[in-house]
Design a protein around this ligand. Structure first.
Ligand code: NI
Length: 423
């Protein structure tokens, strides 16, 4: 089935200005992009843009813990370690595979309605997260969060993560699997070495929380460069470092690194502010994530994009740092590339049709044009403007409806799960 977006404004993170075009999507791909003055091709379905709709790439939430939607609102306004130890970890102990399944699906409802087409998730019972993703038709970059505990727990968790890779990596083109050591303070470096060897021998990337707080930097026991090198992280196939707030932007990072900026979570937990402009100046790849719903508390990439674009302008007293189009690229292409998804995150012929339809026919878009669309989207736009989220050329969300999902059932099961874990 082919879908034609007729007369829409198109922008992605590789363009400084938008173009007014027709976009033909067929067999899950962007088949052709024609100038608006050319005759549009025929298609089974036509979305009439009338120049008042924008098409942008789907957002990639490059760091989250989706099922934490069930823990939203627990232990608000506490420092990271106090929050984890007293509020989060005791409740997480009560999570069952089924609760995680429904919590993930409720996160997917939020993500789809806000234009997210791919999420990088670190949690546990990840086969249930994989099943939730496949049933929703959303892309997932999945890893098992690995932490030390009773004897043998690290080894079992790694084994579990490898089984996840064996069963789900590449499934339906929707899933990639990474190894997910939680953080330097929850996984001893001796085990990191074992894990990184395993990542290399299986050709898997690693998704890791790194230097989220100053305390973590102070207790690392060595320099961050040395840590990345000694642990073996510097030569795994690819490496996503979530947060990296306290990483010195003057150091040389290994080539395999993408930093994942989580501005809202870092602000809410009082962790600090990543020196984003310095990384961008050096062309270090930076993606964007929300982190879990209990430390954000939204799973809304529009919010992260806007916050990322604004935050360092104020801190550095520099209105030209972090341009809108850079924020858009971080929220889309950089996340897809970081987690092993190719030909996704830009609007190009032959690339995968993971797209978001944005309604520009609203008061806050008066004055929008090809030149300023990126800035309108990032500074004036919000997820309320999303009217459709397409993955692989199919609508996963359209005008408030989820064609593949039973919203009422998911809401009711997620509510029951929440009640059970907080009882
Ligand atoms: Ni996290």
């Amino acid at each position: 089935m082919a879908t034609l977006f007729k007369d829409v404004l198109m922008i992605d993170g590789s363009r400084t200005k938008a173009e007014r075009v027709h976009i033909l999507v067929s067999k899950g791909r962007i088949e052709s992009i024609l100038d608006v003055n050319q005759t549009p091709p025929t298609a089974d379905k036509i979305v009439y843009g009338h120049g008042k709709m924008a098409v942008i790439p789907g957002f990639v939430n490059a760091h989250t813990h989706a099922a934490m939607t069930l823990l939203r609102g627990l232990g608000e306004e506490a420092p990271l370690m106090e929050w984890l130890q007293n509020k989060i970890w005791p409740v997480e102990d009560k999570l069952t595979p089924e609760y995680i399944y429904w919590g993930t699906l409720s996160a997917i409802l939020e993500m789809l309605s806000t234009g997210t087409t791919c999420f990088a998730d670190m949690y546990f019972e990840m086969d249930r997260v994989a099943e939730a993703s496949l049933s929703a038709g959303i892309r997932g970059a999945l890893c098992r969060g690995i932490t030390a505990g009773e004897p043998g727990k690290l080894e079992r968790s790694l084994q579990n993560n490898l089984e996840l890779a064996e069963n789900y990596h590449g499934r339906e083109g929707l899933i990639t699997v990474q190894l997910g050591p939680h953080a330097p303070y929850t996984v001893p470096i001796e085990f990191m070495k074992v894990l990184c060897e395993s990542a290399k021998s299986h050709g898997l990337g690693v998704h890791f929380h790194f230097l989220e707080t100053k305390n973590e930097l102070d207790n690392l026991g060595m320099s961050p460069e040395k840590y990345l090198d000694e642990s073996g992280l510097s030569d795994v196939p690819y490496l996503a470092l979530a947060h990296a707030v306290w990483l010195d932007p003057n150091i040389t990072l290994p080539e395999n690194v993408t930093l994942v900026h989580n501005p809202s979570s870092n602000l809410k937990l009082g962790s600090g502010i990543m020196p984003l402009p310095k990384w961008l100046e050096r062309d270090v790849p930076v993606a964007l994530g929300t982190d879990g719903a209990s430390s954000n508390n939204r799973l809304d990439m529009w919010e992260e994009m806007r916050t990322a674009a604004l935050l360092n302008k104020g801190v550095d007293m520099n209105p030209v740092c972090v341009p809108a189009v850079d924020a858009l690229r971080m929220a889309t292409y950089e996340g897809a590339r970081a987690f092993g998804f190719s030909r996704k995150g830009m609007i190009r012929e032959g690339w995968v049709a993971d797209l978001v339809l944005v309604n520009l026919d609203q008061p806050h878009y008066i004055g929008v044009n090809e030149e300023n669309l990126a800035a309108y989207l990032v500074y004036a736009g919000s997820s309320a403007d999303v009217t459709g989220t397409m993955i692989n050329g199919r609508w996963a969300y359209r005008n408030g409806e989820y064609p593949a999902l039973d919203r009422e059932e998911i809401m009711s099961k997620a509510r029951e799960s929440r009640e059970a874990i907080t009882r």
